[in-house]
Design a protein around this ligand. Sequence first.
Ligand SMILES: Nc1ncnc2c1ncn2[C@@H]1O[C@H](COP(=O)(O)OP(=O)(O)OP(=O)(O)O)[C@@H](O)[C@H]1O
Ligand SMILES: [Mg+2]
Length: 319
Amino acid sequence: MEWLSQEMDYSLPQELDFALEGKNATAARKYFGENTNFPLIIPKVMSAMRRILVMDLVSGARIDNLEYLDSHQISRDEVSATLARIFNTMIFASGAPLHCDPHGGNIAIRHNPNRRQPYNFDLILYDHGLYRMPEDKVRRDYAKLWLAVIDADEPAMRKYAYEVAGISDEHFPLFASAITGRDYRVLLRNEITTSERDSKEREDINSVFGEDFVEQIVKMLGDVPRIILLILKTNDLTRSLDESLQTRLGPIRNFLILAKFASRTVWEEKKEQIRRHGHLFSPGNWVRLFEAWFSFARVEAKLFVYERYLSVRRHLHLD
Ligand SMILES: Nc1ncnc2c1ncn2[C@@H]1O[C@H](COP(=O)(O)OP(=O)(O)OP(=O)(O)O)[C@@H](O)[C@H]1O
Ligand SMILES: [Mg+2]
């Protein structure tokens, strides 16, 4: 467990420095204000010293307070999709700051009657003590890893597990289970987007890796770069929050949202590469450009159709 204490040695002093927390909060507020139109509120910082932080008071209910959500007719599915959009932006978008501690106590929901249903809420993000700024290469490799998972493409999964986190073939099944929370055989059968984890699958995971499951994970994570650990932690916390929201739609929509962010990240990279080979629209680049665009547009279109379908269902009161 030594790596864990090394990581804490590095991040704890940062988390305890409120001047830094103030800077993080201000930077995140600026980024999301300028680049997105999510219903996200990051309280405004008025003054930040090492030991004293003064900011706007913006209160809400915990994101997993289902009673609050239900009694204000706030859609759990929309809360879940908003959470996914915010954190996928943080993980994948170039230049976005990554909040590394999104546990239930740091995210609140506030009823906002000024917005029409099902968007009648704000999501408030607290606690900006621990932030990272992943490099573009990390974001891009991580995007390719997820696209491989979503396509059930095992060779690509292994390749990018190695690129992203230095995971060898021997540790791959364990890593795949650790990042998805699923039995990796489910991943290879291409069922991750259509099925939900049940208690049998949990048992399967435990039985495959045996009694020292946790020990193996701790050992494997010891060799993973820290930035990846923090991305995985963020990924894991948001997934568990999402589970606690008990959405009716299950995991499909959030996988489509993840896929959209991941494929957009890859599309941005391809555009950049093609530009380096000459002008973006020079004849030799058209085919490459079209291929890159098509794989992105395919996911985007799927998500668009799915979200329209949900909206039609809602209007027809089928839910
Ligand atoms: N600007 C704010 N307006 C209203 N409530 C706030 C604000 N900032 C923090 N809170 C409340 O105080 C709680 C603790 O704040 P914060 O998470 O920043 O402290 P912390 O000590 O880092 O917590 P932990 O380490 O347990 O996550 C939050 O969960 C939230 O409920
Ligand atoms: Mg907190």
